[in-house]
Design a protein around this ligand. Structure first.
Ligand code: 2AM
Ligand code: CA
Length: 262
């Protein structure tokens, strides 16, 4: 099956991450924005492996600035290492993220965490799985929720927005977490380890795969103003269990008033 073939490529790529040593690190535009020779190596491996499975598919990956057509036919939308800063520091919270779209709609998502040997998979209409066991979002109210945030450290113009929102949510919820890999945060929500995740700006390869996994696990995902996610440009993201996500919008947490970002 297609999803098994894609999963096998992701797991093989995980071995490259686990075998990494003597990294070469380069800065990308913005602050706290890095790429290593392994990001590029893993992406090359994925591109070759995935296009061997679906030769006619378009391919969008973080590390080749590729803006291929995601609206016609099949397209892989891939982050070879989500959580590059963690990878550089050997913090061991990074993942491989592979979304597959058909005519602009994500139909499959695979996220592999090589450190925990955890494989999250979903096919549209067929449910979501962690290591082939069905998963589902939790049912906690916001007051009992764990909330994952991304700090958009690469764009400091988003810092006030991020921390104002974080403070509001912290006051309303149980606690906050910051992993450094949005794909892992969203997978934590999908399998009920956390309840809500947000970040002020992400790229399609950060959320394409998990959008399918989360939806198939019974969760919801959109931009912070509740408009649909985009596959062709960056955007803000919030995702959660159906309950936490509804409370997030019912309480208008995202409307940051009395700040320059309202
Ligand atoms: P990355 O590690 O693949 O770059 C952490 O806050 C999250 O933001 C991670 O998922 C990280 O993905 C992502 N991220 C890091 N730099 C980014 C950038 N310049 N634009 C959008 N997302 C980024
Ligand atoms: Ca990346």
């Amino acid at each position: 099956m297609l999803i098994d073939d894609i999963s096998a490529v992701a797991q093989e790529a995980g071995e490259i991450i686990l075998s990494a040593h003597d990294l070469t690190v380069k800065s990308k535009p913005g602050t706290a924005n890095f790429v290593t020779d392994y990001d590029i190596r893993v992406q090359r491996f994925l591109q070759e492996g995935l296009l061997a499975i679906l030769p006619d598919a378009h391919f969008v990956g973080e590390e080749n600035d590729c803006t291929d057509d995601v609206f016609h036919g099949y397209a892989f939308i891939v982050d070879p290492i989500d959580g590059t800063t963690n990878f550089i520091r050997d913090y061991r919270a990074s993942s491989i993220s592979i979304g597959l779209s058909l005519d602009g709609e994500i139909i499959m998502g695979v996220v592999y965490d090589p450190y925990r040997h955890e494989l999250f998979t979903a096919e549209k209409g067929n449910g979501a799985f962690l290591n082939r066991q069905a998963i589902h979002v939790a049912a906690n109210p916001l007051s009992n929720s764990i909330i994952c945030l991304g700090t958009t450290s690469y764009d400091r113009s988003k810092t006030d927005l991020t921390f104002t929102l974080a403070r509001r949510l912290f006051d309303a919820a149980l606690d906050l977490r910051r992993s450094g890999s949005f794909a892992l945060d969203a997978c934590a929500v999908a399998c009920g380890r956390a309840d809500l995740a947000f970040e002020a700006t992400l790229n399609p390869w950060d959320y394409a795969a998990v959008s399918c996994i989360l939806q198939e696990a019974g969760g919801k995902m959109s931009q912070l103003d509740s408009t649909p996610i985009r596959l062709d440009r960056p955007g803000s993201i919030v995702c959660g269990s159906a309950i936490a996500y509804r409370e997030f919008f019912d309480n208008e947490f995202w409307k940051i008033k009395h700040t320059p970002f309202s």
